[in-house]
Design a protein around this ligand. Structure first.
Ligand SMILES: Nc1ncnc2c1ncn2[C@@H]1O[C@H](COP(=O)(O)OP(=O)(O)OP(=O)(O)O)[C@@H](O)[C@H]1O
Length: 373
């Protein structure tokens, strides 16, 4: 799939911009603070209805304005789709082919994007929340059911935590509602854990191959899903559900004392292992970066497998963070098959050598000019 056209109105520092992109590689070049990342962010927001940089949509609207509009034409094997997202103080409105979608979950997933920013190089090293967010953003895009379960889970988790707080403060002594909420949370939690394990297995298969290519060694990369449910990978959804319910039952006192839900997918993590050793703990900086790169590139293949089409790749100033051989590996992987947008302050020699006929956009103060060499 590829994004053919993009129109922005009052989005960040773009007052009004209309662009036509190459289905292959688009280079967004410009000095600092001109709007390169804002443009990548716009594509990301158009696809996922949320920003990778902020949870506050207000920040996405041009400083002096009340609303922002993003419109795009997405081309897939099955045809073209017009996508539209309006952001305002009142919330978001999403349209597909001019039809307003009652739920955002109906809109998300049309356009699949993978964003790779320098922060992602810390994915392996960062806190568990960073990895959970990564998993949820990626898997949510390719599986509407996963996204639905996640939304339900979050809503019930909030209610359950609120109720645990009430029990902690002795504002209530009724355990009936807690049991109901535990039951519901376990049901959605089990679905989420089961899907995460399936997806991670798929991702691992591709990442292993890439890791070997990048390192030219016999380093074996493995992913392990870490959860409080024992032997989760061997369990069916029903078994996971029973196991979670049991965890809530046996740890009721502990959860009430702490006033929060201590078990479930919101507390889980992913471990990355190289030759059976935890990369987070034992990996060199280089190994951690390679693992993050392999993980990101593996997503391209996983999305292709799951959706039948290659996703759109957004590379935010990431090339300069990689050494020559990793840059080469990255550019070879995407060459000709993945529509790519990459931001950079200047085009490196490697990029010049490896990228054939890129479309180059020069960005200055939120204005874009096409600059083909
Ligand atoms: N809501 C907004 N309205 C208007 N301008 C904004 C808004 N949010 C951010 N900006 C402006 O956008 C610019 C930053 O753009 P962006 O983050 O895309 O930089 P960049 O070109 O990627 O630079 P760098 O290479 O430093 O990351 C800043 O000038 C900032 O003031």
């Amino acid at each position: 799939m590829y994004l053919e056209k993009l129109e922005l109105k009052q989005f960040r520092n773009y007052v009004e911009t209309k662009l036509i992109f190459s289905p292959k590689i688009n280079i967004l070049i410009g000095e600092n603070a001109q709007g390169k990342t804002n443009l990548l962010e716009a594509i990301y927001v158009l696809a996922t209805a949320r920003s990778h940089r902020t949870a506050n949509d207000r920040e996405l609207i041009e400083f002096k304005q009340e609303s922002a509009a993003l419109r795009g034409t997405l081309v897939r094997q099955t045809g073209k789709t017009k996508m539209e997202l309006i952001l305002s103080r009142k919330g978001k409105k999403a349209k597909l082919n001019f039809l307003e979608q009652a739920k955002l979950s109906q809109y998300i997933g049309q356009m699949n994007v993978i964003l790779f920013a320098p922060e992602d190089l810390a994915l392996v090293k960062g806190a568990p929340a960073v990895r959970r967010r990564f998993i949820d953003m990626e898997f949510g895009q390719i599986d509407a059911h996963y996204l639905y379960n996640l939304t339900q889970y979050r809503t019930i988790l909030k209610q359950r935590n609120h109720y645990l707080k009430q029990l902690q403060l002795k504002q209530t002594a009724d355990y009936m509602l807690l049991d109901v909420l535990s039951d519901q949370l376990a049901a959605f939690g089990a679905e989420i854990i089961a899907k995460r394990i399936v997806f991670l297995t798929g991702l691992e298969k591709y990442a292993q191959k890439l890791q070997e290519q990048i390192t030219h060694t016999k380093e074996k990369l493995q992913f392990r899903y870490e959860t409080s449910v024992a032997a989760a990978a061997q369990k069916s959804v029903e078994d996971l559900y029973s196991a979670l319910k049991l965890l809530y039952k046996t740890n009721r006192k502990k959860e009430i004392i702490q006033g929060t839900t201590l078990y479930g997918p919101h507390r889980d993590d992913v471990l990355f292992l190289i030759n059976q050793k935890n990369v987070h703990v034992y990996g060199s900086q280089g190994q951690q970066r390679t693992t993050a790169l392999a993980l990101k590139l593996a997503e391209i293949d996983l999305m292709k497998e799951e959706t039948g089409e290659y996703p759109i790749l957004l590379l935010d100033d990431v090339l300069s963070e990689l050494d020559g051989s990793r840059q080469t590996q990255l550019l070879r992987t995407i060459q000709d098959k993945v529509q790519t947008f990459l931001t950079t302050p200047s085009i490196s020699e490697i990029t010049r050598k490896l990228i054939k006929d890129p479309e180059v956009f020069r960005i200055k103060h939120g204005e874009v000019s096409v600059q083909n060499e």
